[in-house]
Write a protein that binds this ligand. Sequence first.
Ligand SMILES: [Zn+2]
Length: 136
Amino acid sequence: MSEHQITVLVMAPLVALFAWSVAAINGAVERGKYDINPAIGIRTSSTMHCEDCWRAGHHAAAGPLCHMLPPVLLLALAALAATLLESVSGPVPAYAMLAVGFSWIMAAMVAAAHKANAAARNLHPENQHPDAQLPR
Ligand SMILES: [Zn+2]
């Protein structure tokens, strides 16, 4: 077994685990397991505005993150298959599949953050937030 194959055998499960973790953590926040906190979740100024925004943002983010899972898991599996064929195709295809999978996760996280922000901002149209009506 070559160093390339060992690398791919280690990296492919890590890419799959990373993809699953991102979706699972968002799901846990969406289900109310984590309120606004300093460590976990999509922590933008819009999503952290209030608990309603926090929940709505993570609900909106679930779509892009869940849709990212199947292709990324397939890419990780394909990378494992490709590395078994290293003697035929060389190491590049397996690495390329892992790179595409990782990039796909990053793109999904950016898309999820955009959706989360939009959902949070839509929750209280400007100057209509309940806090704005409280006496100061
Ligand atoms: Zn809010």
